[in-house]
Design a protein around this ligand. Structure first.
Ligand code: KIV
Length: 273
């Protein structure tokens, strides 16, 4: 899609500008063409094609098996729909961890083949050299620290981060390293609100919180959580604005009743000649 004169493209630099102006940044996940269009029309700044799709679209218990093929496929659908919002592709488990060369090849695919404008990768200070290289090659990078779901087996569950001095130091050191490496933004997931605030004040990049309190420069949530499409469980930090799963169920129940009673289709819904 082309950017018309009426639209102002949100870019990686816009994250930094918004932070400098003290304006909050709005990010939601998106996985398909029509949802992406609706979110853009609603004025969402940036759409993240998160590997959370493995759970909320494909019914898996975690994000580990999302894989490049699936992520590229959904990123293409979202970027095809998007004119104004910045599209960020989440790099799936083991698509960037093995080596910098692997990260470059796979991040390149998101921009070259799937139309993403930035990538996100999980990890702290240990990922800084990878981030530096990607940025050198012209690939904007969003970091992701705190409870990083691809390391769920190491964390042993969804545990809030930053409660111990050791965790706090690691998170601050990591945020500063990713900032210096050139990330335009960083997701702070499930970090105590005071530590997330402290990080946000210490770094130039925009912090985007999820379950990390109000002191972040912006917020991200999973679209299927806020719409109630995913109703398997609701984390404490999720605010639900709709009950789409309930609405679909009601519609399907009514359709079933109408077919069974002979009420559907009516003459108006048929071609009588
Ligand atoms: O995969 C995802 O959707 C994410 C966000 C929730 C930050 O990483």
């Amino acid at each position: 899609m082309s950017v018309t004169s009426k639209t102002k493209k949100f870019t990686a630099r816009s994250f930094l500008k918004k932070k400098q102006k003290g304006e909050k940044i709005v990010v939601l996940t998106a996985y398909d063409y029509y949802t992406a269009r609706i979110l853009e029309e609603a004025g969402v700044d940036s759409l993240l094609v998160g590997d959370s799709l493995n759970m909320v679209l494909y019914g898996k218990d975690n994000t580990l098996s999302a894989g490049m093929e699936r992520m590229l496929f959904h990123t293409r659908a979202v970027s095809d729909a998007t004119e104004k919002s910045l599209v960020i592709a989440d790099m799936p488990f083991m698509s960037y961890q093995p080596s910098i060369a692997t990260a470059v090849t796979n991040a390149g695919k998101f921009l070259k083949d799937a139309g993403a404008e930035a990538v996100k990768l999980e990890g702290g200070i240990e990922m800084a050299p990878t981030v530096t290289r990607l940025i050198e090659l012209g690939i904007p990078v969003m970091g992701h620290i705190g409870l990083t779901p691809q390391a769920i087996n190491r964390f042993g569950g969804h545990k809030v981060q930053g409660r111990t001095e050791k965790q706090r130091n690691y998170l601050i050191e990591s945020a500063q390293a990713l900032d210096e490496a050139g990330c335009f933004s960083c997701v702070l997931e499930l970090i105590t609100a005071p530590v997330a605030s402290e990080i946000s004040q210490k770094v130039k990049m925009a912090t985007i919180g999820i379950g990390s309190g109000a002191g972040c420069d912006g917020q991200v949530l999973v679209v299927n959580d806020i719409t109630g499409m995913y109703d398997k469980f609701k984390p404490r930090f999720v605010r639900r604005y709709a009950d789409i799963a309930g609405q679909i169920k009601k519609a399907a129940e009514q359709f079933s009743a109408d077919v069974r009673s002979g009420d559907y289709p009516s003459d108006e819904e048929s071609f009588l000649e």
